[in-house]
Design a protein around this ligand. Structure first.
Ligand SMILES: NC(=O)c1ccc[n+]([C@@H]2O[C@H](COP(=O)([O-])OP(=O)(O)OC[C@H]3O[C@@H](n4cnc5c(N)ncnc54)[C@H](OP(=O)(O)O)[C@@H]3O)[C@@H](O)[C@H]2O)c1
Length: 366
């Protein structure tokens, strides 16, 4: 199961609205267990083959009498692909080992039941906690109707995330930036507030060698559709999708100009402050199939999401750099967490990444 979980990670961020699932066909022979075939959900989303079908097709006749290890309960419904349980039964699999049950109401235990009714031995909840990280997007989208949200931020030694009027300020080192690019590749979408777009003009793509095709959807919360037409995001919108989440009162001519430039504009209700309502926005993203969002700033958006309890995971890079000058302070909620007032979060890890220290926190579910 550990091998299936590791294999599932390969397509994280590339299969939405489907989860990236891993499946192994294993035969128990005199010399010990042997993996005869494996599959991971095919990239590209709706209608693409699920991991089980890929693994079974690769196994061919070797699937008869074998065990299937799969990280998520096999599907039992006709969606854009026929149910995997049918393929498993038809292939003659003798035993199915599952890590996580599927919270999708169309499956939710039915997958396991159909397999058992067909005489297949099923063992469920094997390494369920280990598998959860890779399935967190799917589980959160199904249970909460929103994507799983990770907030990543680099904070300087003097508590800054930027400097007024300075554009992009290097706070973390190259190793941390490399790690952030991997994080981008494993998410369905990256999100920033329009403040960051105006000040930093970021591209938000994956720029590790050979991984450009892993750039996720780039999303900007921009209540008044202020994103400049000559910004890096807009100029590259036809190569890597840009979704602008805007208020219903945003000027029509701006929306039309951005759409004409290839930006997908999503109007959502605004709150009393006239800003995009993050709860509605996240629900619309989930509705469009996004299961995981990496929030990359800035201060205002981060503070708002933390305040609304819309952050599931927090990754804070602390650096030794002193920003000085007219600094833009880290969100108050982040400063409090770093000072030990973790609230709903629990500290999960702490690594050295080059010259920076990475602190990771996860939201407690209560
Ligand atoms: N160190 C890091 O890791 C890091 C990462 C990213 C950015 N930064 C820095 O952060 C600074 C920008 O931060 P910022 O606070 O000015 O901007 P921001 O958080 O990126 O964007 C804020 C803007 O987003 C829009 N927005 C829409 N809906 C919102 C909502 N519900 N809540 C909050 N904002 C919403 C608002 O403009 P409208 O009302 O017009 O929609 C708001 O002014 C820059 O200096 C940048 O360099 C640092």
């Amino acid at each position: 199961m550990r091998a299936a979980i590791a294999y599932a990670r390969r397509n994280l961020g590339r299969t939405w609205p489907n989860p990236s699932v891993g499946a192994l066909v294993v035969r128990f022979e005199a010399a010990g267990p042997r993996v005869v075939a494996r599959g991971v959900t095919e990239a590209g989303g709706r209608g693409k083959p699920h991991a089980e079908r890929i693994a079974l097709a690769a196994a061919g006749a070797a699937a008869r009498g074998a065990a299937l290890y799969v990280t998520l309960e096999p599907c039992s419904h006709y969606g854009t692909t026929p149910p995997c349980v049918e393929a498993i039964i038809a292939a003659g699999i003798a035993r199915v080992v599952v890590a996580q049950g599927d919270p999708d109401s169309r499956v939710a235990g039915r997958g396991v039941k159909i397999l058992r009714d067909a005489g297949i031995e099923v063992k469920a909840e094997v390494l369920a906690d280990t598998a959860e990280a890779g399935l967190a997007g799917h589980i959160t989208r199904m249970r909460r109707g929103r994507p799983f949200i990770t907030f990543k931020l680099a904070v300087s030694a003097d508590g800054a995330i930027g400097q007024a009027g300075a554009g992009q300020v290097a706070i973390s080192g190259p190793e941390a930036r490399g790690r952030v690019h991997i994080l981008r590749a494993e998410h369905d979408a990256i999100l920033i507030g329009v403040g960051t777009a105006l000040i930093d003009d970021p591209e938000l793509t994956v720029r590790l060698p050979g991984m450009a095709h892993r750039s996720p959807v780039r999303i900007v919360f921009d209540s008044r559709a202020r994103l400049p037409l000559d910004s890096r995001l807009v100029v590259t919108a036809r190569d890597v999708p840009v979704w602008l989440v805007t208020g219903e009162m945003a000027p029509r001519h701006r929306i039309e100009a951005l759409r004409a430039a290839g930006v997908d504009v999503l109007p959502v209700p605004t709150g009393p402050d006239g800003r995009v309502d993050p709860r509605h926005a996240m629900a619309s993203l989930a509705w469009k199939g996004i299961t995981s969002v990496l929030v990359e700033g800035g201060a205002a958006l981060g503070q708002e999401l933390l305040g609304l309890d819309l952050v599931d995971e927090l990754a804070i890079y602390r650096s030794d750099v002193i920003v000085g000058g007219e600094r833009i302070a880290a969100p108050a909620a982040v400063t409090a967490i770093l000072a030990g007032d973790v609230g709903r979060f629990e500290w999960t890890a702490n690594h050295q990444v080059g010259a920076d220290r990475l602190y990771e926190f996860r939201r407690r579910l209560y």
